[in-house]
Ligand binder design. Sequence first.
Ligand code: FO1
Length: 329
Amino acid sequence: MKITVLSGGVGGARFISGLLAATRRDDEITVIGNTADDLWLFGLRVCPDLDTVMYTLGGGIDPERKWGRTDETWNAKDELIAYGADRTWFGLGDRDLATHLVRSEMLRAGEGLAAVTRRLCERWQPGVRLLPMTEDEVETHIAIDGTGPDGRDVIHFQEYWIRLRAEVPVRDVVIRGAETATAGPGVVDAILDAEVVVLPPSNPIVSTGAILSVGQIADAVRSTAAPVVGVSPIIGGGAVRGMADQLLTGLAIELSASGVARHLGARSDGGVLDGWLVDTSDAAQLAAVEAAGLVGRAVPLYMSDDATTAQLARDTLDLAGAVAGSSAA
Ligand code: FO1
């Protein structure tokens, strides 16, 4: 079976590890990775969500931080701090630096981000095809109304998330470059040729939202013959991790499983979803999910261990089957 997943960093990568455990070796999983978290740092191109997927599935991720490399050291970062360099709030680990060095050298030699990602994955063997959503530069910036460190109104997502710890009010989220970005190599075909398309529990604004901000990708999701099913990143009244609470609140999107479903919308209503999984504790919201034109199911969404994560992947594929069945009927 051909499964295509639109993934951000931590939540998406964890879900995909469950999908790998729940499917057979001859199933093909393609991951369309968010690149709007990316930034230039000391002349290096850093791609956090692509690296988080690659390291997590390749066995190189740090298990506590859930980003960056395990057994990491921070000598280069300490030297940069000693030089009084800018932006040392961004944690560049010594091992992680090698990824950015290989990537930046290839980009400078004229290779596209898809070829770079393929080359890096030769080492990590993630067990999926990892495609950058675009090869154009697209970056998420957060409008914070001058409450920034030096009164700035708009800052890069990474500065908002890491340096300000998402503790200032969000006025708007701008995916810079999205309006002119084109889908990366293989991305549209991976969506149109899929038998299932999944929106895993990634941040609906800066991860899934960023991927869908590339017009060709949103168009492909809206028109694919495959069922499109999503997993709510919100359980109860909040995000499982990350900063979805602050972003959804800042954008006046209801902080609930059905609120996110309505935000993404049913394909029958111009949106991108056919089915939506909510946590068992949110089963009362299924009526609202169905009222939004979606096939809803309530299953355990906490990916607390490998078994529950694999079960969530199976539940997602079951929902896709039910959606395909109902639309075929
Ligand atoms: N997250 C942090 O909270 N602090 C950091 O210093 C940090 C550095 C970092 C370096 C490389 C990388 O691939 C990810 C990194 N992250 C860090 C996570 C990053 O902010 C991700 O974008 C988030 O996890 C959201 O996807």
